[in-house]
Design a protein around this ligand. Structure first.
Ligand code: HEM
Length: 376
């Protein structure tokens, strides 16, 4: 970051479209990368929190404890078995947006980190403990009892939820530069509990349909040796969860927008309004698809393909809306995006990107091949 680089200052009420067209190309590229990588992170974190809650419910119902004579539940076991990897996926997929958010919003992101301080630093131990707790839920050799499994699942769920809350509070804090001195001086509080609760519950509800869809695809692809009977058994609960939480997320989003009324003029822009309309339309269209899944009790039809496309559209348009809102709020302040320093290194960056992608592809292919050999 070049300290001498000019802050991009706009009018008192800048329009996001004008703002975006006035951004230097390099900043725009980083914002696009931030949106794309954040959307990928969102897919993993949605599965993580949805899977943690599902696993907690299953542990309480004794699904992982042989002594309870629980019925065969392939969905519960598949989610439980994949959860530690999903958390690792959320963590590793978080690194790329972390890099880009620091480049684009260095001042606001770091200030929010510092104001959160201990609660921000707690993220590390929280995630480490969550992963180990999930292995306790998964373990076959010890901790077979319902109580221990439920306790471990509860610990993991609370810690994963804590991570989400910390990111939500950090994000809200990063959007109020005018309040930072008073918050630091102890004469003002950060975002109110209601604002945090609204945004967190919106995220929580929005995460569930993504989780339901990914879990449905896992069973469809044969995870946990799922049979047609297992898929039929899981179709309705997943569809009901997805429909109810989609409706709840839209309702909470409406309330959250109403509470923050006038905070930003993002919807006056083509980008902001376009993203909102796309998001809303995609969310609405998921409902009949899920109802079809529920009615047919099947995870094999074309509905899951349509849901996949609609979910990707939703996640990307939500990420665009989120970024447009931040741009509008920070424009004209000292925390607005700055042009990154014109230092070189693009070639090295591209070489390591290709190397990284190559290694990831190699690992995935190697593991997939070895899994295929084991099941044959
Ligand atoms: C299971 C663990 C995690 C969960 C549940 C989680 C959850 C979240 C949530 C809810 C947000 C959105 C906040 C908002 O818009 O208000 C977010 C954003 C983000 N997360 Fe994660 N996260 C996790 C782990 C991580 C990790 C380990 C990293 C870093 C390596 C990371 C990097 C980010 C970044 C960079 C953003 C965007 C921040 C911004 O734009 O202000 N996340 N995460």
């Amino acid at each position: 970051m070049n300290p001498a680089a000019p802050t991009i200052v706009a009018d008192a009420t800048p329009n996001v479209d004008t703002l975006v067209s006035s951004l230097p190309t390099s900043t725009l590229i980083y914002i696009v990368l931030l949106i794309v990588t954040y959307a990928l992170h969102a897919i993993f974190m949605h599965y993580t929190i949805g899977g943690a809650l599902w696993t907690l419910g299953s542990a309480i119902r004794g699904r992982f404890s042989p002594s309870t004579n629980a019925p065969r539940d392939v969905l519960a076991r598949t989610v439980r078995d994949w959860l530690p990897s999903a958390v690792s996926g959320a963590i590793t997929a978080g690194i790329a947006p972390l890099l880009f958010v620091q480049i684009v919003y260095q001042k606001s992101f770091y200030t929010a980190n510092l104001l959160l301080f201990n609660r921000w630093m707690l993220l590390l131990p929280a995630l480490i403990i969550a992963i180990y707790a999930l292995y306790v839920v998964k373990a076959h050799s010890f901790a077979r009892g319902r109580f221990v499994k439920s306790l471990a699942a509860a610990v993991a769920t609370v810690l994963i939820a804590y991570t989400g809350i910390a990111f939500v509070e950090n994000h809200l804090l990063s959007l109020q530069p005018a309040a930072w001195p008073a918050i630091y001086g102890g004469t003002a509080h950060g975002p109110t509990v209601e604002r945090i609760a609204l945004r967190f519950s919106m995220w929580l509800c929005a995460a569930m349909p993504t989780f339901a869809l990914l879990a449905a695809w896992q069973l469809r692809l044969g995870a946990g040796n799922a049979s047609d009977g297992d898929r039929a058994q899981s179709a309705r609960p997943l569809a009901i969860l997805a429909v109810l939480t989609t409706i709840a997320a839209m309702g909470i989003a409406f309330v959250a927008w109403h509470v923050a009324h006038g905070e930003s003029n993002v919807l006056a822009s083509r980008i902001g309004l376009g993203a909102l309309i796309t998001l809303f339309a995609a969310q609405i269209l998921t409902i009949p698809c899920w109802l079809t899944v529920a009615a047919r009790r099947s995870l094999n039809g074309g509905a899951l393909w349509i849901l996949l496309v609609l979910s990707l559209v939703s996640i990307f348009s939500a990420a665009i809306l989120r970024e447009a809102h931040r741009l509008a709020l920070l424009a004209g302040t000292d925390a607005a995006p700055r042009e990154p320093a014109p230092v070189g290194g693009l070639a090295i960056f591209l070489i390591f990107t290709l190397l990284g992608v190559g290694i990831i592809v190699w690992i995935v292919r190697t593991v997939a091949r070895s899994l295929a050999t084991r099941t044959n």
